[in-house]
Each structure stands twice: as structure tokens, then as C-alpha cells.
Design a protein around this ligand. Structure first.
Ligand SMILES: C[S@@+](CC[C@H](N)C(=O)[O-])C[C@H]1O[C@@H](n2cnc3c(N)ncnc32)[C@H](O)[C@@H]1O
Length: 272
């Protein structure tokens, strides 16, 4: 009999090295988000779902007066964060963002590529907004690619007879994010000034099986976690997934073209 873990988005074992394979492509939305945060000189900044910590550290350069706290529920990501070097104005906390709270009001709360792992995050945005001082802001970026082949291929495989009983709900993240308009209305409803936009990046990825390597760092985490005790089954799943992704994203002489749409949302609290 196969036992299944209950589905808990974001609780899966992360692999910082695999995630950082595409650091260049994953960093750009973080930087484009941070650039538009309308807070000139914050002193308290929180980075939720901070991952391997390098981007969190970069915030100390952008905001020289700020103390920055990175929060992540993955022990592997927090260990990677602690191994980074840089300003002593940055610290890292191993915690689930749904239950953690800062000990004083903050100027900026940001989260890059994390809310999609948090069920009902639209509700939680009200709690996060409550942490923000007048003149401060919330800022998040979420992927909006759940109906693209990089996800539908995983979902179709998961539901195939070979895997259905074994994987259960793992990897079904189709409802991970909201429409941009929904975020905008939510932020405005909380008394924040919204700035919401979308960008579609056209990544040109190097190497063989580039999209498979990409999703091994993110969307496939629940599957790889569910099959962690059975390496031959994990290898078989990856083989099937890789073959389907190669068809959808063929490698060209220049690399593999990987379109990726992302939603950015900022909510600024007016000064008093
Ligand atoms: C795609 S990575 C993004 C990492 C980083 N923000 C970046 O842009 O490179 C998502 C991160 O969110 C974390 N995460 C997911 N759910 C979380 C939760 N409920 N509380 C805290 N961290 C969470 C994961 O552990 C993972 O490190």
C-alpha cells in the first residue's frame, strides 16, 4: 500500500542549488519589483519566502538604513541563506509566513515568487497589510503561467493511471494565483494605493532539457518529494516529463525559448 502525504503547498523539500541554476532569469523579476517600491528610506524590511538569501542580502545595498529580515519555511533554504555573506543588517528566520509576525511595524514587506505556495493568500494579504507603517508598502510577484505546458504537462502526468494513486494532489497547483484585477481590487479595498502589472519574459535557456531543469527547481518539488523514497520511480517520472516538455519546448540552435508571464503587485500605504 502506498501512503500519501497530505498536500500542503510550499512545505516540500527545496533544493537551493537546483533553484539557483537559473538565478539570472529568476533574479530579474525581484529586481524589477524592488525598483518600483515607492519607499525611499525604509528602516525595517521583511522578505517573505526569502529562498536562498542572496536577493534578500541585496536589499541591504539598496536601502542602506534598513534592517532586513528574511523568512522561509524551508530548512534547506534557510541553511543556504545563513551561508551567504554580506551586511550584518540582514538576518534570517526559519518560519512559516502564515504564522510568523514581526515584533514591530515595518516599512516594506516583500515576497518574490512565494504567495503562489500559500493557499488562500488573498485573505492573508490583509494581515500583511496590517504590519505596514504609513508611507510603507507591500510588494509581491507571483508567476501567472499555471495554464502553460510547463504546468499542464506535470498535471496530465500526475493524473495518468501510472501516477494518479501514487502522487495524489502533489503538483496540482492550477489555482495557485489570482487574476491581476483581483489583487488590485484587494489592495485598494485595504486602503492601499495599488500598482499592479504583468510582464511576460521570453527566457532563452541554455543546456539540454532546460525546462525540465527549471521545473525541477520549483513546480516539480512536490512530485520529487512524494517520490523521494523511490529513486527509480522518480527517474521514470522525470524521463516521461522531460520527453513531454521537449516536445512543447524544443531546443533550438540558440537555446530553449521559455515564455514566462508574471504578475507584480504593490500596495502603498499613504503617509499620515
Ligand atoms: C520560488 S522560491 C522563491 C525564493 C526567493 N524569494 C527568490 O525570489 O529567489 C519560494 C520560496 O518560498 C518558500 N515558502 C513557500 N511557502 C512558504 C511559507 N508558507 N512560509 C515561508 N516560506 C515559504 C519556499 O520554502 C521557497 O524558499
Amino acid at each position: 500500500m502506498t501512503t500519501r502525504k497530505p498536500y500542503d503547498a510550499g512545505s516540500y523539500r527545496w533544493d537551493p542549488a537546483q533553484y539557483l541554476r537559473f538565478a539570472e532569469q529568476r533574479d530579474r523579476p525581484f529586481r524589477e519589483l524592488v525598483e518600483r517600491i515607492p519607499v525611499a528610506a525604509p528602516t525595517r524590511v521583511v522578505d517573505l519566502g526569502c529562498g536562498p538569501g542572496l536577493l534578500t542580502r541585496s536589499l541591504a545595498e539598496r536601502w542602506p538604513q534598513a534592517h532586513i529580515t528574511g523568512v522561509d519555511r524551508s530548512a534547506d533554504m534557510i541553511a543556504a541563506s545563513h551561508a551567504t555573506v554580506g551586511s550584518d543588517r540582514v538576518d534570517f528566520v526559519h518560519a512559516d509566513l502564515r504564522y510568523w509576525e514581526p515584533d514591530e511595524p515595518v516599512d516594506v514587506v516583500l515576497g518574490n515568487a512565494v504567495l503562489q505556495w500559500v493557499p488562500n493568500h488573498l485573505e492573508h494579504i490583509a494581515t500583511l497589510a496590517g504590519w505596514i507603517r504609513p508611507g510603507g508598502a507591500l510588494a509581491f510577484q507571483v508567476p501567472d503561467n499555471f495554464s502553460e505546458p510547463s504546468h499542464t504537462v506535470i498535471r496530465a502526468l500526475r493524473l495518468a493511471p501510472r501516477w494518479r494513486d501514487r502522487l495524489g494532489d502533489a503538483a496540482d497547483r492550477s489555482a495557485g494565483v489570482e487574476r491581476p484585477e483581483t489583487y488590485l481590487t484587494r489592495l485598494a479595498g485595504l486602503g492601499l494605493t495599488p500598482d499592479v502589472w504583468q510582464t511576460e519574459y521570453l527566457h532563452l535557456l541554455p543546456g539540454d532539457d532546460a525546462v525540465l531543469e527549471w521545473v525541477k527547481g520549483t513546480a516539480l518539488r512536490p512530485v520529487l518529494d512524494a517520490l523521494a523514497d523511490d529513486p527509480p520511480a522518480a527517474a521514470e517520472f522525470l524521463e516521461q516529463c522531460g520527453a513531454a516538455l521537449r516536445e512543447q519546448y524544443p531546443r533550438t540552435e540558440h537555446g530553449t525559448v521559455f515564455p514566462f508571464r508574471r504578475t507584480f503587485l504593490i500596495g502603498a500605504r499613504p503617509p499620515e
